[in-house]
Structure formats: C-alpha cells, structure tokens
Design a protein around this ligand. Structure first.
Ligand code: HEM
Length: 383
C-alpha cells in the first residue's frame, strides 16, 4: 500500500512537471503496479496482437505457396532439421530427386519442363511457409512461458492460452497431413478437404487470438471486467461466415476459380451445369462448378449476416462496425476481380489476406456484442 501511495505521489509530481499519465483510480493503479499483483493483461494483449499479425502473414504466405504450386516440393516432415534449406548442390539434387518421384512432378511439373532452378523457387515458398510456422510457435510458446513463470497471466486465462498453443501445434500436424494427401497415388494436388481444415484452423486460431487479446485489453482497462461471451447472433453470423470460408477453401483446393472467368453469370449461365452422376452429396463436396457457384452467391448471405452484426455493435464501438464493413466490401470486390482476371496470383493472394482480415474484424464485432453493457459503460467512463 505504501508503495502504491509513493507511486501515486510520483505520478502527480511528474504531472506538475508537465508529464501527463492517463488518469487512473487508486484501485486500478494499485492493481496494475502492486508488487504483490504481477498480472500484466495489457502486455499479454499486445503480445497476442503481434502473434495474430504473424498468423495473418502466414496465411498470405500459405496463399502464395498454394498459388505457385509450391506446396508439395518438400516431401518430408522434419520439424527440427527442416529449419535449414539445402546448403550445397548435392543436397539440392537429393531434394529434387525426391520431388521428381511425386505424382505432381510425374504428371504435371515434369511434362511442363520444370528445371532445377524452377524447383528451387517452389521449394523456397514451402520452406518459408514452414519456417514461419516454427517462428510463430516460438513467438507464442516462449513469451507464454515467461509470463507464466512471472505470474503475469490473469486468473482463468492460462488454459485458454495453452489451448491456443495446442491449436498452433495441431496446425503443424494438419499442414503435414495435407501435404501427405498430395503425395500418394495419382494425386497432383493436396486434398481439398485437408486444405480447408488447414486454412480454417488458421482462421479459427486467428479469431481466438483476437478474442482473447480483447478480453485482456478490457481487463487492463477495468480490473473487474469479465470475459465476453458468445451471443446467439454472433454464433449465427459465425456459422454463416464459416460456410463461406469453407466453400472458399474448397474452391481454392479444387482450382475451381478456373471454372468460370465471367461474373455475375458463369460461362454465360446463371446456374452452371452440375455433375450429378454420383449424387448431390458428391456434387456438393466435389463439383468445381457447383462449389464456385455456391461460393459466389453465399457471399451475399454472409454480407447480410455481417451487416446485421455490424449494426448491432455500431452504437457500442463504431470502429468494429467500420472494420467489418470495409473488410467484406473489399473481399467481395477482390473475389469478383479474382474470377474476372482468371485467378491472377496477387488478386487471389489479396483475397486470402482479406479473408483473414474479415475473420479478425468479425471476431472483434462478436466480442463487442458479447461484452455486458455495464462493462462498456465502465470502460467508456475509464477512457
Ligand atoms: C464475404 C465474402 C467472401 C469471403 C469471406 C471469401 C473467402 C474466401 C476464402 C477463405 C477463399 C480460400 C482462399 C483464398 O482466398 O484464395 C476464397 C477463395 C476464392 N473466392 Fe472467395 N470469399 C468471398 C467472396 C467471394 C466472391 C464474391 C467471389 C467471386 C464472385 C469469390 C471468389 C473466390 C475464388 C475464385 C476463390 C479461389 C481463388 C484461388 O484459387 O486462390 N469469393 N474465398
């Protein structure tokens, strides 16, 4: 207590000298600075935002890896030794030989005339993508340990942070299972099911990081605040967006962007011809024309749901509403441009980037909707 009083005195003296701190109540000040209470919610929130930014970046690199057909260039999973790329010509040739034995090389890259230099290019993207995965793992695990050891994690948050770490580890496993699905039989690409699991797990982790960071930020502003809860509206919006993301991942995994280069019609028709020889269930999960059609039109249902959410939160935090509107607006335009340019690489990558940013913005809006109104009032009074 004496320590707190001394620090408050120091604060007011510095204010007299013209150095202003944000006004904090004696209670908050003591909660945040007392040597007996080492919890650091704001530091944790900032760290989680940084990790979230890294996840957005790896999603972009993942998009480049997929669109440059680089994903199958490394045929093994070596979490530790794989950090180093081949460093001499002999090792490059060994890696190239392994790739030459894959169906992708035999049926596609080889006949298309791939050279060792081309191989080095695709190897780089897959290697860089995996390296970023490792770096994110370290950027999460090491500070987590440090915060834990120092007792800086607020009560109730440790299991959530460990769950996020586990999701990251699982993502590495899913990534490898995805690659493995493309190395057997006659496969010249990875399975679109594994691709969607890999992409959606990344996006779910991103949403979890943002949500937890926002909870911690609120806790820093108001030590009495409770974590946000998932409201019914938010769950519905998340479900609608999930369908759109899943359809998008399947379109990407099946190269179904190439099913049509016109918009709003598809090859001059409103509804494309669907291959029903193996039934509706097969068509709904495999037919590139049907999935492309569903993705481009379900987008409007997703937009309606997102507008609904944005309107709900507009009066509480206008910035979240603006973020949602901007993200889906740009995402729709990028989707249409991707189609009309015949899946131009940078547009498709930008579409993947804004897909991730839209998830982050939606998580923000859902979080705002899930914070009790009394807490919003307290936070506003505090800031
Ligand atoms: C809320 C709206 C939308 C969301 C959240 C969304 C999300 C996604 C996601 C997550 C993917 C997979 C990865 C990637 O981005 O390449 C994807 C792929 C794709 N989307 Fe969308 N999308 C939306 C709207 C649209 C629209 C309106 C169109 C076209 C009219 C479109 C066309 C495409 C195409 C062609 C691909 C495959 C691109 C590729 O192969 O890389 N999307 N979308």
């Amino acid at each position: 207590m004496l320590y707190c009083i001394i620090l408050q005195e120091l604060q007011s003296n510095l204010q007299c000298l013209g150095l202003h701190f944000r006004a904090a109540s004696r209670r908050d000040w003591c909660v945040m600075t007392s040597p007996h209470n080492k919890i650091r919610p704001l530091a944790l929130a900032k760290w989680l935002y940084c990790v979230a930014a890294m996840v957005v970046l790896i999603v972009v690199v993942g998009g480049i890896t997929r669109l440059t057909e680089s994903g199958l260039s490394i045929t093994q999973w070596q979490p530790v030794t794989g950090v180093l790329p081949p460093l001499d010509e002999a090792t490059w040739l060994t890696e190239y030989d392994k790739y030459r034995a894959t169906p992708e090389f035999i049926y596609e890259a080889g006949p298309a005339g791939m050279t060792l230099a081309d191989f080095k290019f695709i190897f780089f993207w897959e290697w860089f993508h995996r390296l970023m995965g490792r770096l994110i793992g370290l950027a999460f695990a090491l500070p987590l340990m440090w915060f834990w050891v120092r007792g800086a994690i607020p009560k109730g948050y440790t299991p959530r942070l460990i769950a996020l770490l586990a999701l990251g580890g699982l993502q590495g496993v899913f990534g490898w299972l995805m690659v493995r699905s493309g190395l057997s039989g006659q496969m010249t690409d990875v399975s679109h099911f594994w691709l969607s699991i890999h992409l959606l797990t990344a996006l779910f982790t991103l949403g979890g990081l943002i949500w937890t960071a926002l909870d911690l930020r609120n806790l820093a502003a108001d030590p009495g605040s409770r974590p946000a809860r998932l409201t019914g509206i938010s769950a519905l919006v998340a479900a609608v967006l999930f369908v759109q993301l899943l359809l998008g991942a399947w379109v990407a995994g099946l190269n179904a962007g190439h099913a049509s280069y016109d918009w709003p019609l598809m090859n001059g028709r409103l509804v494309p011809e669907v291959d029903l020889r193996q039934g509706w269930l097969w068509a709904l999960t495999h037919d590139p024309y049907l999935l492309h059609f569903l993705h481009r039109w379900w987008a409007w249902i997703a937009v309606a749901a997102l507008i609904w959410l944005a309107r709900k939160v507009r009066h509480i935090d206008r910035r979240a509403s603006v973020a949602i509107h901007s993200a889906f607006g740009i995402q729709i335009l990028l989707g249409i441009a991707t189609v009309m340019t015949g899946v131009a690489l940078w547009l498709a990558v930008a579409h993947q980037l804004f897909g991730a940013l839209l998830v982050a913005a939606t998580a923000w809006g859902m979080h705002v909707a899930g914070v009790p109104s009394t807490q919003h009032d307290a936070r506003k009074a505090h800031s």
